[in-house]
Write a protein that binds this ligand. Structure first.
Ligand code: NAD
Length: 480
């Protein structure tokens, strides 16, 4: 079992008080790594290292040179793709095929933002006074990046990429279920030649280390991905120092199926839109809204496709759904399944532990499909964050959109129809940040990603993300 260290100021270090915690693999329940459990002292150390780096060569560096370093960083990630994928798969039970795809995305995100370093600029503005008015896009300084356990290294890259491209220095804080790939990412940044202190990685309990970052006077901005309740807490904590805050939070996304849709395509692809990553996906389409005339047909097709999903050992490349992240998470999901039953929804398939004895030691749960869910049920209102989907029939387009929007969340959603006018009307009417039509793809490195309502503040990915990591300065020059 490997002992890991934090990455602060270019050095690999233990927690200031020497405390550690264990990372447990959910497939078998064995310990896969021992990691420093940081405290406020480690937050202080990381902030001063990041500030030193910001005051040093990083800030004076030409944008193109910063871009070149980031490209090298991307290449080093590619060189370690298999190692990082195995680590990601083991620490959270993510199927290896998914982990490989996500690590490849990390390199691509870093490449995208490496190219962006030289495309980030201000503008000139025709103000009323005689003179020259222009804006400068400048880095904020030291930024804190707090990420969740469901897509650990990919969520880290979504933040590290734009943060560094804009010229900031950063402190990355991974979730305690999934610190291993983040710590390796910090080491690989050094291997790629990023100056010491530009990317620091610290680990430890969210309420200590995460909250410590949110409260710290030396940090100018917090970028957070995680639960809505944690996001609220971070906003409150960050208010003390008026930090900039961007938040990517929870979701309860709809998958709207009109009767004229390609139902076969919907049914064969959509189980992955909710059960991928064992349903631990902020974009999970966990509510299927289906036009009543095709309701029974859709439930039958979808249940059949769900039963064909391969649940199993995450290290098997054929596995599509692995275990939940922890036994605690499985207990929480089983409670949701029980509540769905108790409130009168009909369990069509899944929701039980697998009968395969080789999976008995892991936190597994078979993908569950509920029919006859109603909007007032807990399974319809709350983000479950597990492999559970519910079906609600509707009669009209207006009713479908009303049901879809009746959620405090607004992250993603899909619309299925061969009538493009209806699909586009629906896409405009949905109060969500990322919409897919006749598919479920909501993440594109080049396009903005983020939520409406309680799903978040700000947009990641694309050139839009750079706005979250810059200050905008206006300069007026009297040339009379
Ligand atoms: P979480 O909120 O429990 O933890 C996220 C991170 O915050 C972790 O690093 C944790 O240690 C830290 N943290 C916990 N308490 C904190 C505090 N008081 N102050 C500062 N930091 C604190 O979330 P999770 O369980 O790791 O992830 C699952 C959630 O993330 C789901 O709600 C999911 O929808 C959401 N998510 C959203 C997106 C998106 O882009 N919108 C993407 C992935 C996950």
């Amino acid at each position: 079992m490997t002992e890991y260290q934090m990455v602060i100021g270019g050095e690999l270090v233990a927690a200031a008080d020497g405390q550690t915690f264990e990372v447990v693999e959910p497939h078998r329940g064995t310990v896969v790594g021992v990691v420093p459990s940081g405290t406020a002292r480690d937050v202080d150390r990381a902030v001063s290292a990041a500030q030193d780096a910001f005051d040093g060569e990083w800030t004076g560096m030409a944008a193109s040179d910063r871009g070149r370093l980031m490209l090298r960083f991307a290449q080093v990630v590619r060189d370690h793709e298999e190692e990082l994928s195995q680590l990601e798969s083991r620490q959270i039970g993510k199927p290896i095929s998914g982990a490989r795809w996500e690590v490849a995305q990390v390199a691509k995100v870093l490449e995208f933002y490496a190219g962006a370093t030289t495309k980030l600029h201000g503008s000139t503005i025709p103000v009323s006074r005689p003179g020259l008015d222009f804006t400068l896009r400048e880095p904020i300084g030291v930024v804190g990046l707090i990420v969740p356990w469901n897509f650990p290294i990919m969520m880290a890259a979504w933040k590290v990429g734009p943060a560094l491209a804009a010229g900031n220095t950063a402190i990355l804080k991974p979730a305690s279920y999934s610190p291993l790939t983040a710590l390796r990412l910090g080491e690989l940044a050094l291997e790629a030649g990023l100056p010491a202190g530009v990317l620091n990685v610290i680990t430890g309990p969210g309420p200590v280390v995460g909250a410590g970052l949110a409260a710290h006077g030396g940090i100018g901005k917090i970028a957070f991905t995680g639960e809505t309740a944690t996001g609220q807490e971070i906003m409150r904590t960050a208010a003390g120092t008026i930090k900039k805050v961007s938040l990517e939070l929870g979701g309860k996304s709809p998958n709207i199926v009109f009767a004229d849709a390609d139902l076969e395509k919907f049914a064969s692809t959509s189980p992955y839109a909710v059960f991928d990553n064992c349903g631990q996906d902020c974009c999970a389409r966990s509510r299927i809204l289906v036009e009543r005339s095709v309701h029974e047909q859709v439930v039958e097709l979808f249940a059949k496709a769900t039963q064909a999903v391969k649940v199993g050992d995450p290290s098997d490349p054929a596995t599509e759904v692995g275990p939940l992240v922890s036994f605690r998470q499985r207990a929480k999901i089983e409670e949701y399944v029980a509540s769905g039953r108790d409130e009168g929804a009909q369990l069509v398939t899944g929701g039980v532990r697998p009968s395969d004895p080789t999976l008995a030691d892991g936190a597994y749960l078979m993908p569950a499909v509920f029919d006859h869910m109603t909007p007032d049920m807990r399974i319809s209102r709350e983000e479950i964050f597990g492999p559970v989907v519910g079906v609600i029939p509707f009669d009209t387009e207006e009713e479908a959109l009303r049901l879809a929007n009746a959620s405090p969340y607004g992250l993603s959603g899909s619309i299925w129809s061969r009538d493009m006018a209806k699909a586009l009307r629906s896409a405009k009417a949905l109060r969500s940040g990322v919409i897919s039509v006749n598919c479920n793809n909501s993440v594109h490195i080049e396009a903005p990603f983020g939520g409406y309502k309680q799903s978040g503040i700000g947009r990641e990915l694309g050139m839009e993300a750079l706005e979250l990591y810059t200050e905008l300065k206006n300069v007026f020059v009297d040339i009379s």
